[in-house]
Design a protein around this ligand. Structure first.
Ligand SMILES: Nc1ncnc2c1ncn2[C@@H]1O[C@H](COP(=O)(O)OP(=O)(O)OP(=O)(O)O)[C@@H](O)[C@H]1O
Ligand SMILES: [Mg+2]
Length: 364
């Protein structure tokens, strides 16, 4: 999580000094942990996830560099940031070079509180960002393996539909047409051609619905509003869930292509969830564009979601919400899911710039 507190381990064998570090760092709002010996420090490191170790180089009973060396030998702590507090000697600075592998810094005595806080803040942010990145990487890995499976299933489904549906219809139509030889009566020919034409209608219908599912046909040409209205109308009919669309402003502008596709896919996926999980009778889709932000929401009057889903906990969400989250974040936006009492509301907010027609662009 971006604003989670990080643990800062302060090591010194003099309680007075630990107290003064604590006073200086308190206002940063991070977790401060104290250790008065090397052994205690190592125990803390093994027990908690420490972002930064802060220690005096020259403690009477403990050599800071030796402790740093011990810390660095452990694979888990090779990148733990260490801030040494020391009287500046060239010799000390030379020693610092030995630890360059992980984050390392020093601050000279007397300690200037602002300086110490600034250094700690930099390392704490770095730690948080690294964690965030690790989490995102994990999400991405899970999502891409999910996507590969989904893609495979989707291909199998299309292949089956092509073979069992469209293929069979075309074979039947061809058989009927092949029978229209000079040997059969004019009447039979007309009858068979009629039957073949009826089967062809079904085949055309199948091609249409398959291609609609693969890519919303209206999106590129007429934009998100028409495409959403078209989709929601179809959804209402197919699902029996009375669904309405609200657009604001009514004169909705065209948006960047990626943004329009993302909104469309999120609404499509969210309505699929309403159909599959909500047991709702009604649903509302809203799209608004205000202050360079586009907001899209899907609300239903169904049974609501669990808190774990609302918190977007990795184990509780599937490829549906996982994919929405990914798409929205890629565009610098945010997704929230919450209880609507009754029902659920899913909302995405994405920063946007209105698409400017080519002829109106001014070159500078
Ligand atoms: N509108 C809703 N009402 C009630 N529960 C919902 C709603 N939307 C989502 N959920 C819950 O959130 C869970 C996660 O949804 P998500 O779309 O990520 O996965 P899924 O629908 O189970 O599977 P898929 O990966 O095929 O989409 C669902 O299993 C369901 O329990
Ligand atoms: Mg789903």
């Amino acid at each position: 999580m971006p604003n989670e507190k990080v643990n800062i381990l302060m090591v010194d064998d003099q309680p007075g000094k630990l107290l003064s570090y604590e006073v200086i760092l308190e206002e940063l709002g991070e977790n401060l942990i104290k250790a008065s010996s090397g052994k205690e420090a190592l125990e803390c490191l093994l027990k908690d996830e420490i972002a930064i170790v802060l220690m005096d180089v020259s403690m009477p009973d403990l050599d800071g560099f030796e402790l740093a060396e011990m810390i660095r030998q452990h694979p888990r702590f090779q990148t733990t940031a260490i801030i040494f507090i020391s009287a500046v000697h060239m010799q000390d600075i030379d020693q610092l070079k030995g630890y360059q592998r992980g984050g390392v810094d020093y601050i000279s005595v007397p300690v200037i509180p602002e300086l110490l806080r600034a250094k700690v803040t930099v390392f704490a942010e770095l730690f948080r960002k690294t964690k965030q990145l690790e989490q995102l990487n994990g999400d991405l890995r899970r999502l891409s393996s999910h996507l590969i499976t989904m893609q495979d299933e989707e291909r199998r489904r299309i292949a089956r539909e092509l073979h069992d549906g469209l293929g069979q219809d075309l074979v039947a139509a061809k058989m009927l047409l092949d029978q229209c030889t000079p040997r059969i009566s004019e009447e039979s020919k007309i009858e068979k051609a009629k039957q073949a034409s009826g089967i062809m209608d079904l085949a055309i219908q199948q091609v249409r619905s398959m291609s609609h599912l693969l890519h919303p046909p209206l999106l590129d040409e007429v934009g998100i509003v028409s495409a959403l209205t078209w989709y929601v109308e179809g959804f209402s009919k197919r699902s029996g869930i009375k669904t309405t669309v609200g657009i604001e402003p009514a004169e909705f502008p065209r948006l960047e292509r990626e943004l329009e596709i993302t909104i469309f896919r999120v609404v499509q996926e969210a309505l699929t969830n309403v159909f599959r999980h909500a047991q709702a009778r009604q649903a509302w889709v809203n799209l608004s564009n205000r202050a360079n932000k586009v907001t899209a929401s899907v609300r239903d009057d169904g049974q609501g979601v669990s808190q774990r889903v609302a918190d977007l906990k990795p184990g509780s969400i599937g490829i549906g919400i996982g994919g929405m989250k990914q798409r929205v974040r890629e565009l610098g936006g945010d997704i929230t899911i919450s209880q609507a009492d009754p029902g659920t509301i899913l909302e995405i907010v994405i920063p946007c710039s209105t698409k400017v027609p080519l002829e109106m662009r001014v070159s500078v």
